[in-house]
Design a protein around this ligand. Structure first.
Ligand SMILES: Nc1ncnc2c1ncn2[C@@H]1O[C@H](COP(=O)(O)OP(=O)(O)O)[C@@H](O)[C@H]1O
Ligand SMILES: [Mg+2]
Length: 310
């Protein structure tokens, strides 16, 4: 499949108004930069698929930066610090084609070692009159203070669920894909707040022109979260247990608890949700101390399955 056929690329926002904002103040800030025609160094932080790279691209697009003036570096794919430094410095040393600055978009900056970050910080300082750096990261605490203090920080919060859903509905409408609300909600619950994963999953399951539920579609994958949501909806926690146990690494089990906490509505009404919080909390505490986290997960699923039945 060509890159342009991917909905995540085709529906990547191009303008400030097309971008779905989680914070009106951030929108104002970005508009102000665009009006001024200049940005500071920026550090965008937030969970995967929440729009960090998209925001950087929106800013470049709105500033009418020529693509030749943008260097894209993905820190997680770089082979060595020296290589990366040479690449960046050679790029920023060359005159801009279109304006005052050249731009370096450094994705996944939290993959860089402290040493590599120190080198980056030097480059940011040395070339600040000719280049602007936009960094993205998942974990801002992994970025050294010296970089934080040279960047305007932008913490991308997770999108409001209604805005998130609206975006999905827009894409389905544009693609003329029919889909019932329950199915759409399943995909949203499974991947929220990662919009990239949600969009990819609905594309994979829409090849017939109708959005199919995860289980009945041919390309249905073994994604644990989708499995979970399906089983919870069927109130079949024992089925979830059978599917999940044996298929998860300890750190995935931890993520699963967090996922359940983020999607409390799958456990039922307000009372069940409160009880679910208590079960999940205890399971997380026990997770770190039990000899076998899998048994602990199985027990937690049993307890969650009994909520509202007692
Ligand atoms: N705030 C947003 N507004 C509109 N689309 C978004 C937004 N966030 C994510 N997307 C969609 O999800 C995809 C992944 O977003 P991306 O910016 O690459 O996430 P990140 O860099 O945070 O991992 C984009 O291609 C876009 O289609
Ligand atoms: Mg990104």
């Amino acid at each position: 499949m060509a890159l342009n056929d991917l909905w995540v690329e085709a529906y990547r926002p191009r303008t400030v108004d097309d971008y779905v904002w989680c914070d009106a103040k951030q929108k104002e800030q970005v508009k102000e930069w665009i009006n001024r025609g200049a940005i500071p160094h920026i550090l965008l932080s937030g969970a995967a698929g929440t729009g960090k790279t998209s925001l950087a691209k929106v800013i470049f697009n709105e500033l009418n930066v020529e693509s030749a003036d943008i260097l894209y570096v993905n820190a997680s794919e770089e082979t060595g610090v020296d290589n990366m430094r040479d690449k960046i410095i050679n790029f920023v040393k060359t005159m801009s084609f279109s304006g005052e600055y050249r731009y370096v978009l450094l994705d996944e900056a939290d993959y860089l070692s402290k040493n590599a970050q120190a080198i980056l910080r030097n480059a940011m300082e040395t070339y600040s009159n000719v280049a602007r750096f936009v960094l993205t990261c998942n974990y801002p605490h992994k970025i050294i203070d010296a970089i934080h203090s040279r960047c305007q920080g932008f913490s991308i919060k997770t999108l409001d669920k209604d805005d998130y859903k609206y975006r999905i509905l827009q894409i389905l409408a544009t693609e003329e894909i029919a889909g019932d609300e329950e199915t759409i909600d399943t995909y949203i619950s499974a991947y929220y707040p990662d919009l990239r994963k949600t969009i990819n999953a609905i594309q994979q399951n829409s090849t017939t022109g109708t959005l199919l539920p995860p289980s009945s579609s041919e390309s249905s994958n073994n994604d644990v979260y989708l499995t979970m949501i399906e089983c919870f909806k069927k109130k079949s926690l024992s089925e979830a247990r059978k599917l999940l146990i044996g298929n998860l690494q300890p750190e995935e089990i931890e993520n699963l608890y967090i996922f359940m906490y983020q999607n409390l509505e799958i456990f039922g009404g307000p009372t069940q949700q409160e009880d679910a919080i208590l079960v999940i909390k205890q399971a997380l505490v026990d997770h770190t101390i039990v000899a076998d986290p899998e048994i602990n997960l199985a027990a937690a699923l049993v307890r969650l399955g009994r909520l509202g039945q007692e």
